[in-house]
Design a protein around this ligand. Structure first.
Ligand code: TXA
Ligand code: MG
Length: 344
C-alpha cells in the first residue's frame, strides 16, 4: 500500500502553485499521479522512464500488450516524440488540439518501450483541461496516461471514481471535479495516407471529415467476429463493465418497459440507465437519467454505469442511441459494457 496524496483545486478552479510543484516533482521522480483531463481522469507517469511506466500497469492491473497515450502540453513537444508526420496531421492538430483526440504516429524512440508496448507507433495527445495543461507545463516531460480506473472498469469521470479504484495504489490524485466530455479521446491512426479511427471518442468522424476529407473507421470496431483484431490493442479487452450484467436494447422506451416487466415477474431487481425522456416513461425499476442531449449522455455515462451496485440491482437495461456525432463513442462503449445486445 502507498499513501495516496489528494490535492483539491482552489475556489478559482486552479491548483495552487505549491501543490502543482509537488505533483510535478512526484512525476519527475518516477511516481504516479492521477489528474483530470477534459475526457476522463488519467493516471500519469514519466513517459521516458520505463520503471515509472511499469507502475501504471501495476496499479491498474493492465495487460502489458496494451500501449499508453503520451500526453504533452504543446504541438512542439508532440512533434518531438514522432517522425514521418503526414501533412494532414498538421491540419488536425491546428483544428482539434488541445482537445479530445489522440494521434497514432511513428515513434522516434523518445518514449520508453513499455509506453508503446513494443509497437513502432506511439499515441500522442494534447489535453485541453486547464489542470492537465498546468501540470504538463510544470513537469515539462511527456506523461504517459491511460484512464485512471482499474482495468476493465468504467473510466473515471470524477476524482471519487479514481479514489474508489486506485487509493493506496498510486502516489497522488489531483481532484479537479467532474471531467467534461465524459468519454475518452478519439484515437486516430495517422501512419497511412488516409486516417483511420481506431477508437471513436470526443471528436466525431463528421468533424474529422470536415477537415481532412475521407476518414476510415477500423472495420474491426463494428465486427462481432473475434478473429478481426482491432488495431488499437485496448479495444479487444472487456471494458467499462458495470458490477452486474447489462443488456442493451433496441426499440426505445416501449421495449425497455416490456423487458422490465418480463424480468420483474421472475423476481429480478432491474436498473434502467436511459435518457430523461425514456426514464420518465418507465415504471417498476430503479432508474438513472443520463440527461437529454447526446453530449449529456456521454458526460454522465460512466457515472451511471458505476452507480448501479451489486446487491441493489440484478440487471441493468440500457437503450441504444443514434450513431451520429458523439453517439458513435457512446454506442461503442455501451456495446463493450453490455453482456447482451437485443436488436429489433
Ligand atoms: O481520453 C483519453 O484518451 C484518456 C485520457 C486520460 O487522456 N486516455 C485513455 O487511455 O483513454 P487508455 O489507455 O485508457 O486508452 C488508450 C487507447 C487504447 O485502446 C490503446 O490500445 C490505444 O489507445 N493506443 C495507444 N497507443 C496506441 C498505438 N500506438 N497504436 C494503436 N493504438 C494505441
Ligand atoms: Mg482506458
Amino acid at each position: 500500500m502507498t499513501e495516496t496524496k489528494r490535492w483539491k483545486l482552489e475556489k478559482n478552479g486552479k491548483l495552487n502553485e505549491a501543490m502543482l510543484l509537488e505533483a510535478a516533482e512526484i512525476l519527475k521522480a518516477g511516481g504516479t499521479v492521477a489528474f483530470p483531463t477534459e475526457t476522463v481522469y488519467g493516471l500519469g507517469a514519466d513517459a521516458t522512464n520505463k520503471n515509472a511506466v511499469a507502475e501504471i500497469f501495476h496499479a491498474k492491473g493492465r495487460p502489458q500488450d496494451n500501449p499508453l497515450i503520451a500526453h504533452v502540453a504543446t504541438k512542439e513537444q508532440l512533434l518531438d516524440l514522432v517522425e514521418d508526420v503526414p501533412d494532414y496531421v498538421y491540419k488536425l492538430i491546428d483544428t482539434f488540439s488541445p482537445g479530445p483526440i489522440t494521434y497514432v504516429l511513428t515513434s522516434n524512440g523518445s518514449c520508453a518501450e513499455n509506453v508503446t508496448a513494443g509497437l513502432s507507433t506511439v499515441g500522442v495527445r494534447i489535453p485541453s483541461h486547464p489542470v492537465a495543461i498546468a501540470l504538463l507545463k510544470t513537469c515539462n516531460i511527456p506523461v504517459a496516461a491511460p484512464s485512471a480506473n482499474l482495468s476493465g472498469k468504467p473510466s473515471p469521470t470524477t476524482a471519487n471514481h479514481v479514489w474508489e479504484d486506485l487509493k493506496g495504489r498510486i502516489a497522488g490524485l489531483v481532484d479537479g471535479g467532474p471531467t467534461g466530455v465524459g468519454v475518452e479521446s478519439t484515437v486516430i491512426d495517422c501512419t497511412q495516407a488516409i486516417p483511420v479511427i481506431l477508437r471513436p471518442g470526443g471528436i466525431s468522424r463528421e468533424e474529422l471529415e470536415e477537415v481532412v476529407g475521407k476518414v476510415i473507421v477500423d472495420p474491426a470496431l463494428a465486427s462481432t467476429d473475434s478473429t478481426d483484431k482491432p488495431k488499437a490493442p485496448g479495444m479487444k479487452y472487456t471494458h467499462y463493465a458495470p458490477e452486474v450484467p447489462m443488456w442493451l436494447l433496441e426499440g426505445g422506451s416501449e421495449k425497455v418497459q416490456q423487458v422490465v416487466e418480463q424480468l420483474a415477474t421472475k423476481g429480478e431487481r432491474v436498473g434502467v440507465l436511459a435518457s430523461r425522456d425514456t426514464i420518465e416513461k418507465i415504471e417498476g425499476a430503479e432508474k438513472i437519467s443520463l440527461g437529454e442531449s447526446l453530449e449529456d449522455i456521454a458526460a454522465n455515462l460512466y457515472e451511471g454505469l458505476r452507480r448501479f451496485k451489486q446487491g441493489e440491482v440484478d440487471i441493468i437495461l440500457c437503450e441504444t442511441y443514434p450513431e451520429i456525432g458523439i453517439g458513435q463513442a457512446i454506442m461503442n462503449r455501451l456495446q463493450k459494457a453490455a453482456t447482451k445486445y437485443i436488436k429489433e
